[in-house]
Ligand binder design. Sequence first.
Ligand code: FES
Length: 174
Amino acid sequence: MADNDPDRRKFLKVATCALGGGVGLVAAVPVVRFVLDPAGKTTVSTPSEPLDLGNVDRFRVGAPPRRVEVIAPLVKDGWTSARDVVLGAAWIRRIEPTKIEAFSAVCPHLGCAIGWEGKDFLCPCHDSRFSVTGEKTTGPSERGLDPLPVQIKDGRLQLTWVRYKTGSSSREPV
Ligand code: FES
């Protein structure tokens, strides 16, 4: 018997299309998720734990500040991981055997690299100067050098890397 009912044919056509579209959509979801992941997530994990800067006796008591690179053993993002990543640099001064001060070498003005000039710190970009204890003495920087947390553990110096917002009088981590 021939099927000449146009309504039935139309219904079957729509139902077949809907079913096919639904199956296609279900199959596409994992593919789309795989391609997009991890976009939109916070994926870069810069270490927030203390990083080892070596034997504390590398730093002589009373010596001028010494610049050290701050290196993370492992940094991961959503797709890759990298070893021995240089996060930045710090100026370290050992005031007493167990009293150590560290400043970020990132200028709080606009982020240039701070240098040591014999008796104070200088940023060569816009001539901001900072005392040995980190206070701003001259120049456009709106605050002093940014201190970094340090500790001595089992004879090793450990430093926690923090990057602060530049160009502001308040010290806010970014
Ligand atoms: S970036 Fe250091 S003074 Fe401007």
